[in-house]
Design a protein around this ligand. Sequence first.
Ligand code: UT7
Length: 331
Amino acid sequence: MNKITAAITAVGSYVPEDVLTNQMLEEMVETNDEWITTRTGIKERRILKDPNKGTSFLGIQAAKDLIEKNNIDPLEIDMVIFATTSPDMPVAATGVYTASQIGAKNAFAYDLQAACSSFLYGMSTAASYIESGRYKKILLIGADKMSSIINYRDRATCIIFGDGAGAVLFEPNTENLGLQDEFLRSDGVGRDFLKIEAGGSLLPASKETVENGKHYVQQDGKTVFKFAVSNMAEVSQKIMQRNSLAAEDVNWLVPHQANKRIIDATAKRMNLDDKKVLMNIQRYGNTTSATLPLLLSDFEKQFKKGDNLIFASFGGGFTWGSIYLKWAYNS
Ligand code: UT7
């Protein structure tokens, strides 16, 4: 019998309707379109404005998109992994609520948090469960309502992030398609440079923490940028080398969308042509856990069965890594 590999067999996505443009940010903080565009590549992002809707809403819409487009019976889903850094609530996993809302009554579910690498790590987790033979259909959702944890008076962060969600289905494959290799890393040195300081066990929420804005994302952008450029490029090059992939063997780079300059540096190190580098940062900004599945959804029609995709991410923690996956279907 052929080896069981874990393939992506369906994708879906959702972004909210409301658009936050660079011009609108000019009215909110001291910044300008030219600075944001040249430093990050971002022109606009989507924002979920309804204060009564959390990240689960985004994830549910993306999952429903996948289910409806591909005619999936939710009762057949064995497991839901919800990759997010902005759960609806600290306790009561967002994935559990989401699974119930989409009718995945036979699934068990949980959340996975690794900042901007949540989805990438989730791919590894989902694939391992499939390869084990224990489960047949795993829904991996990446969703974040970043606008709920961003300070719109802090120009170092508010220009970067946006809201969105994507979902993929992992299933067993016997043609050796799907996940081929992964190289995942983390380093706790990162927690000083990208964090939400309050609201956890170390510094529980209080009047003071809220008054001092410690419930918002804080980032030392310059330091994170340096780590991101070198590490994302290094792991992407490493995964190519150890799978004997030359630049011409790689069909697509699927990189985390944090900053166009980080993506360009990674592609350059891999010696990749621009047209193989997937990018939608100009429209969505950094949607954290949603960047990778949103790319898959936006570019799905261009992928061919057997294409070699390299995923790469870098995020808070620090967390980063690269995954080599063979695409399993033609749209
Ligand atoms: O996805 C999770 C991981 N996160 C990332 O990968 C983000 C990594 N970091 C970055 O993408 C970049 O560091 C930023 C986009 C956040 C900032 O870009 P930068 O090129 O590193 O800018 P900087 O912080 O070095 O600031 C350069 C200048 C400073 O002015 P001076 O000191 O040179 O006079 C800043 O005060 O730009 C100023 N500045 C701004 N100006 C206009 C900083 N933010 C802004 C702004 N608008 N929003």
